[in-house]
Design a protein around this ligand. Structure first.
Ligand SMILES: Nc1ncnc2c1ncn2[C@@H]1O[C@H](COP(=O)(O)OP(=O)(O)OP(=O)(O)O)[C@@H](O)[C@H]1O
Length: 219
């Protein structure tokens, strides 16, 4: 049940700012879709609604069959186990190694340590960071930190991956590597929603786009 469905979603922040207006859309299970739009169009806000970081003012937000508008606080961690989040404020733990950072989602759910270590190494290998597992994040380049965030997001094999500008500030080669990674996850069945205004990425990938303009979805 890894589909996403928004119905007539409005989001107004407490300061009165109306950021999303009557947004309805669907992303099918197993699809990879881009979320595009100008700066301030509401892309991050939409992704935050899907991760239950923010709540809609009205409308329904279905993720994997659950309506997040009505989600009780205790259910949020259960929802997030199914989600891989690559957000801009990636919040790596700078006093912990690359390995420990990638392990975090599995530690939280009490995953058996031996099996967890295998998964962490597999994820680090996928993003090309296995040789740096003992390093501290501060010693990594921006692109490597971004790739570590992706390893951490996929280590618990989420059925839905949400990425907010994952290639922002990266050079073209890193950006391409990251897009290839998302494509690989999508090919094994993960539903992927990526917000981007990276023209280089958009010109190379023909995936469906959801385009926001001033908080409204336009075709
Ligand atoms: N917590 C908040 N309180 C009030 N306004 C907010 C809050 N978060 C975002 N906004 C406003 O909502 C609008 C949409 O922001 P959002 O971050 O969703 O846009 P975006 O399309 O992701 O932009 P960008 O591409 O620049 O990241 C902006 O005008 C922003 O200032």
């Amino acid at each position: 049940m890894s589909f996403i469905k928004l119905s007539q979603v409005n989001k107004r922040y407490p300061d009165g700012h109306q950021v999303l207006s009557n947004v309805s859309c669907e992303v099918a299970a197993g699809e990879m879709v881009f979320l595009t739009g100008h700066s301030g169009a509401g892309k991050s806000t939409l992704l935050k609604l899907l991760a239950a970081i923010e709540r809609p003012t009205s409308g329904s937000v279905l993720v994997g069959g659950q309506n997040l508008a009505a989600l009780k606080p205790f259910a949020i961690p259960i929802l997030r186990r199914n989600l891989g989040l690559v957000f801009q404020d990636h919040k790596l733990l700078f006093d912990r190694s690359v390995f420990d950072n990638a392990m975090l989602p599995l530690s939280i759910i009490g995953y058996p340590p031996k099996e967890a270590a295998k998964r962490v190494r597999a994820a680090l290998d996928k993003v090309g960071l296995l040789s740096k597992e003992k390093a501290l994040p501060i010693t990594l380049s921006g692109g490597e930190q971004q790739r570590l965030c992706i390893a951490r997001a996929v280590v618990n094999r989420p059925s839905i991956l949400l990425a907010d500008e994952p290639t922002g500030n990266l050079d073209a080669q890193y950006a391409e590597d990251i897009m290839q990674l998302f494509t690989t996850f999508n090919q094994v069945g993960t539903t992927v929603l990526i917000s981007t205004h990276d023209e280089a990425v958009l010109s190379r990938y023909a995936n469906r786009r959801l385009h926001l303009e001033q908080g409204r979805l336009v075709a």
